[in-house]
Ligand binder design. Structure first.
Ligand code: SAM
Length: 230
């Protein structure tokens, strides 16, 4: 399968069965045990990012690009804390849900600003570029290109989360639960942390903070890197 196929499959998935599944997981309604476990793990990742950014005490002065924003789980709290958030996602359904949730939470349609766009075609410059739990849908080579492109959009900082390759066997065992049934499937790709760090460094960034979110069915490594060269 080539990278274009991966992208088409991912887009279709998050506009159909994937949308139904993930908007429930990323919500607060009733879900099954596995979905609840994934919800808890994902919330740890979101909370880690918000914790880092709040600790810096400068959110209202930041422009943030949330690439692959899903239903706005990160974009909405960041906008509530005063950051200017540019959120985008390849899936029109996810973006529409995010927009609805933002209106409910913030009573405005201006911040975050949402667009339906794949991250490869994003342009512009943002203080901080964030991309959570998107790289899992792409093989290493494609993920490297995506990371390099995201680096080119970041003035100062990039924050990424991905499923680390170290948990390969554990995840493989559980993969049926992540994406059950062949018709509902997207492949899950794991990325060695050392490779992700290498790509960030190649693009002139160096690691500042790291965290790991881990529950039974959710594993995500979180990296913050800041620009060391222009
Ligand atoms: N980042 C969000 C979060 O953590 O709440 C959503 C994570 S969800 C597992 C993955 C999201 O990435 C989906 O909403 C999907 O549509 C989006 N996505 C996948 N490939 C993408 C791409 N090439 N460009 C932009 N978004 C993409």
């Amino acid at each position: 399968m080539n990278a274009a196929d991966d992208k088409t499959i991912v887009r279709e998935y998050f506009n159909s069965t994937g949308f139904d599944r993930w908007q429930r997981i990323y919500g607060d309604g009733e879900v099954n045990k596995v979905q609840l476990d994934i919800r808890t793990g994902h919330q740890q990742t979101v909370d880690n990012v918000i914790g880092w950014l709040k600790a810096d005490n400068n959110l209202p002065s930041l422009s943030i690009c949330d690439a692959g924003c899903g239903v706005g789980s990160l974009s909405i709290p960041l906008a509530m804390s005063g950051a200017k958030v540019y959120a985008s996602d390849i899936s029109a359904k996810m973006v529409s849900e995010a927009q609805d949730r933002a209106v409910m939470a913030l009573s405005n349609t201006v911040n975050p600003s949402f667009t339906v766009q794949d991250l490869e075609s994003l342009s512009g410059n943002y203080h901080t570029v964030i991309c959570l739990d998107v790289l899992i849908h792409y093989p290493q080579e494609k993920a490297d290109e995506m990371i390099s492109h995201l680096c080119s959009l970041a003035q100062s900082r990039i924050i990424l989360s991905f499923a680390p390759k170290t948990f390969f066997l554990t995840i493989l065992k559980k993969i049926g639960t992540f994406f059950p049934g062949p018709s509902k499937t997207t492949r899950a790709y794991l990325h060695p942390k050392a490779d992700v760090i290498k790509i960030l460094e190649k693009n002139g960034f160096s690691i500042q903070r790291q965290a790991m979110a881990r529950t039974k069915f959710y594993f995500s490594s979180l990296l913050e890197a800041t620009r060391t060269s222009v």
